[in-house]
Design a protein around this ligand. Structure first.
Ligand SMILES: Nc1ncnc2c1ncn2[C@@H]1O[C@H](COP(=O)(O)OP(=O)(O)OP(=O)(O)O)[C@@H](O)[C@H]1O
Ligand SMILES: [Mg+2]
Length: 285
C-alpha cells in the first residue's frame, strides 16, 4: 500500500505534499448542525429493470473530509455516488428505495427540492464535460442561474473559483476563449471550478482522474486534499492506492453491494471481510 499524506487524525506517514487550505476564495458553506454526518444512508437499494444493481444497508459520510468508495469495475460505486444527488433517476426503469439523509433531511422525500439538492451536492465526472462556451461562461453559469447580475460580482466569483482550482494564473488572460480548447487536465479543473461556483457543501467525484496523466492526476489529488478542508468530498475510485492517499474513511463495494466501511487505515490494515482483503491485496481489479 502506498503511504498517504498525513491528515488530521491520521497516523500514516506523509509522502505527498498537502495543499494548504485556500484563503478567502469561495464563500464557506453555512455552518452545519454539530455532530450530524453530512449524509446518513440506510437500506439504500437501486433497482434497474427489476434487478437490484446496488445495495447499501448503512453508511454515514462525515462532513469536511474525503470518503472513498472503492471496488473493482462494476462494483456499484458510481451507482451509490449518483444516488447521493438522485442522478440515477435520469435512467428510465430505475428506482431507488431506502433513505439518504442530507443534514438530517431525506433527499428522496418528495418535499426535498431537486434544484436545492443539485446546488448543494455538485458532481465531477470521469471525463471532463465543460459546456461548449467560453471559460468565463462555464464558471459564471451557476451564479447567473442563482440570480447574480452585477458584472463585478460575477467577475469576482469567476476569479475566486478559478483560483480555488489553481487555474487563475494560467487562464486569466484567456477567459473569453472556448473551454473545449483546454487540455483534459485544465478542462477537469474548470469543471471543478464550475461545481464550486454553485457554492456546494458536497462534491461527488466519480473517478475524477480517469483520463488524466499521472502528473495531472497527482495535481488534482493535491487540490482535492486542500478542498476537503472546506467541503465534504465523496470519491468513487477503482484505485485503492488513490483511496489510501486521499480518504479518511473508505467503503468497499463488490458486485453491487456495500461490503464494509471503516476509517481508511483500519479498512486497509484490518479488513473484516475476506472479499475486502482480496481487493485491497490486489486479487480483484
Ligand atoms: N445504465 C445502466 N443500465 C443497466 N445497468 C447498469 C447501468 N449502469 C450500471 N449498471 C449496472 O449497475 C451495476 C453497478 O454499476 P456501476 O457503474 O455503479 O459500477 P462501478 O463500480 O462504478 O463500475 P465502473 O466505474 O467500472 O462502471 C453493474 O452491475 C452495472 O452492470
Ligand atoms: Mg464507476
Amino acid at each position: 500500500m502506498h503511504p498517504r499524506p498525513a491528515r488530521s487524525g491520521s497516523v500514516l506517514v506523509s509522502a505527498l505534499p498537502v495543499v494548504p487550505p485556500r484563503q478567502g476564495a469561495v464563500a464557506a458553506p453555512a455552518l452545519p448542525p454539530a455532530g450530524l454526518p453530512r449524509f446518513s444512508v440506510s437500506k439504500l437499494e437501486v433497482i434497474r429493470d427489476g434487478r437490484c444493481v446496488m445495495q447499501a444497508p448503512s453508511l454515514d459520510i462525515p462532513r469536511g473530509e474525503i470518503t472513498a468508495l472503492v471496488g473493482p469495475t462494476g462494483s456499484g460505486s458510481s451507482t451509490f455516488l449518483r444516488a447521493l444527488n438522485r442522478l440515477n433517476e435520469m435512467h428510465a426503469r430505475t428506482r431507488t428505495t431506502g433513505h439518504v439523509l442530507l443534514d438530517g433531511r431525506d433527499i428522496y422525500d418528495r418535499a426535498f427540492p431537486l434544484l436545492e439538492l443539485r446546488r448543494r451536492v455538485g458532481m465531477l465526472f470521469p471525463e471532463p464535460n465543460p459546456f461548449a462556451r467560453t471559460i468565463y461562461e462555464n464558471v459564471a453559469c451557476a451564479p447567473l442561474l442563482a440570480g447574480v447580475r452585477e458584472r463585478a460580482e460575477l467577475d469576482a466569483r469567476v476569479e475566486s473559483c478559478l483560483r480555488a482550482v489553481g487555474l487563475w494564473g494560467e487562464l486569466a488572460p484567456r477567459l473569453r476563449q472556448g473551454a473545449l480548447d483546454l487540455s483534459d487536465a485544465q478542462q477537469q479543473r474548470l469543471c471543478l471550478a464550475r461545481v464550486l461556483a454553485s457554492d456546494p457543501e458536497v462534491v461527488l467525484l466519480d473517478e475524477p482522474c480517469a483520463v488524466l496523466d499521472p502528473v495531472a492526476a497527482r495535481q488534482l489529488e493535491d487540490l482535492l486534499l486542500g478542498l476537503s478542508e472546506q467541503y465534504t468530498l465523496v470519491l468513487a475510485t477503482h484505485d485503492r492506492y488513490q483511496a489510501a492517499r486521499l480518504s479518511e474513511r473508505a467503503a468497499f463495494f463488490l458486485h453491487g453491494e456495500l461490503v464494509e466501511s471503516a476509517r481508511t487505515e483500519d479498512l486497509f490494515q484490518c479488513p473484516r471481510d475476506s472479499r475486502t482483503e482480496a481487493f485491497l491485496s490486489g486479487r480483484y481489479g
